[in-house]
Design a protein around this ligand. Sequence first.
Ligand code: FAD
Length: 389
Amino acid sequence: MAERPKALIVGAGIAGLAAAWWLDKAGWSSVIIEKAPGIRDGGYIVSLSGPCRDTVERMDLGPRLSEVSYKFDENVLSDVHGRRLLRLRYKDVHGGVDSLALCRGDLARALLDALPTSVDIRFDETLEDAVLRDDKVTATLKSGTVIEADLLIGADGIRSFTRDRFWKEADCLEHLGYMYGVYDVEGNTELGSDCVSFNSPGHLDVLYRLRNDRLAALHIWRDDGVKLHDRQGKPRVIRDATAGRNITLIKDVLDRAEKTGYTPLIDSLTMVDLQSWSQGRVVLLGDAAHCLTLMSGQGAGMALVSAEILGKELMRTSDVAEALASHERKLRPVIERLQDRSRRMAAMYIPKSTFSYYLRNLLLKIMPYSWIVSWHVNSTKSEIELMQS
Ligand SMILES: Cc1cc2nc3c(=O)[nH]c(=O)nc-3n(C[C@H](O)[C@H](O)[C@H](O)COP(=O)(O)OP(=O)(O)OC[C@H]3O[C@@H](n4cnc5c(N)ncnc54)[C@H](O)[C@@H]3O)c2cc1C
C-alpha cells in the first residue's frame, strides 16, 4: 500500500484538530504539535452558527456537542447603572439558523476525542525551525526531533510562530483598539438572566452562567494594546480595566476569581489580514491566517469550515499547490465579509467615545426590535449563502 502523504500541524486548537480529522479523510496522516501540556479546558463561550453547523454535522460531532452545549435564552445589555439598553433573545437573533453555544474547551476536547489513529499528537512541543525544499518541508522541533512532511499547517492562533517564520508582512495585524480578558470562575451568582452584559463608552463586561456553579466572564475595553506581552495572564490588568465602573456584580466575580489565583487569557482584538494564506508547502489555517476577533462570533466556526475545505481539496486532487489555491479562493470572500462585520460589531456594541455611545443608545431605543434582529439574522444567512454559491 502506498505511504500516506504526511502533514505537520502546528497547534492543537480548533483549526489544527479539525484539519487533522479532514486530512485523514483525504488519505493523509498528520502529526500535531501543541506547545501547551494538554488541551486547554474551560475558558470562554463560543457560539457555532452559520456555515460551520453543517461541517460539525459532517464530522458526526452534532450529538456530542449538543450534550455539552448551553441553551442561553437571552443576553441582557445594561448600562453601568443597571438601566436596560437591549434584551436580545438568541432564538430571534439566530432566526431559524441553528446555533450551538459551547465552552471552547469542550469543543476542543470533542475534536480531540474524534481524531483517528492516523493522527499522532504531541503536547509540550513546538516548531523550532522549518525549511522548504521542492515539495517537502523539513521541520526541527523543540525536542530535537526532525520531521519531513509534505505539508506544514500553521494552526497556531493569532500570535502564530509559523506566520512569523514564513510571512514577513509586518503590517498584517489590524488592531481594533480594544483589549479583552476572559476566565471562568467557581460560585453561583444571581445574574437575573443566562447572560448579562454591562456597557459604557469603550467598555463591555459579559457574564455567562455555566454548569456546575461556574460563571464565564469576558471584559473588553478600549486600549491601544501596547506592551501586550507584559500584560498577558495578569489579573491586575483586568482589575485596572474594570475599576471606576463600580459594578458590584463584576467586582464580586473578580474578587472571587482573584482568591483562586486565576490566570486570565488577555489579548488584543486584532484581525489578521494576509495577502495569501499559503507559500509553497506551508499553509495557515484559522486565526493564524485570518483572525476575525471575537466580535464576528465566527472565528472557531470558520476554522472548522476552513479545515473541511482544505481536506476536501486534498481529497479532490493530489496537486497540493492547486488544492491550497482552491481552498483560499473558496474561503476568502466569506472571511473578508466577516472581517468587515467585526469592525461594525465593535462599533455597535462597544462605542469608543461618549458621543457615539449615547447616539447608539438612542438608536437602540427608537429602533424596532425586529430591525436589530434582522441585522443579525441577515448577516448570518448571507454567509451561508455565500459559502453555498
Ligand atoms: C472571548 C472569545 C469569544 C469568542 N467567541 C466566538 C464565538 O462565539 N464563535 C466563534 O466561532 N468564535 C469565537 N471566538 C474565536 C475563536 O475562539 C477562535 O477564532 C478560534 O479558537 C481559532 O481557532 P484556532 O485553532 O485558529 O486558534 P486557537 O484556538 O487559538 O488555537 C491555537 C493553538 O495553537 C497552539 N500554539 C500556539 N503557538 C504554538 C506553537 N508555536 N507551537 C505549538 N502550538 C502552538 C495554542 O496553544 C493553541 O492550542 C471567540 C474568541 C474569544 C477569545
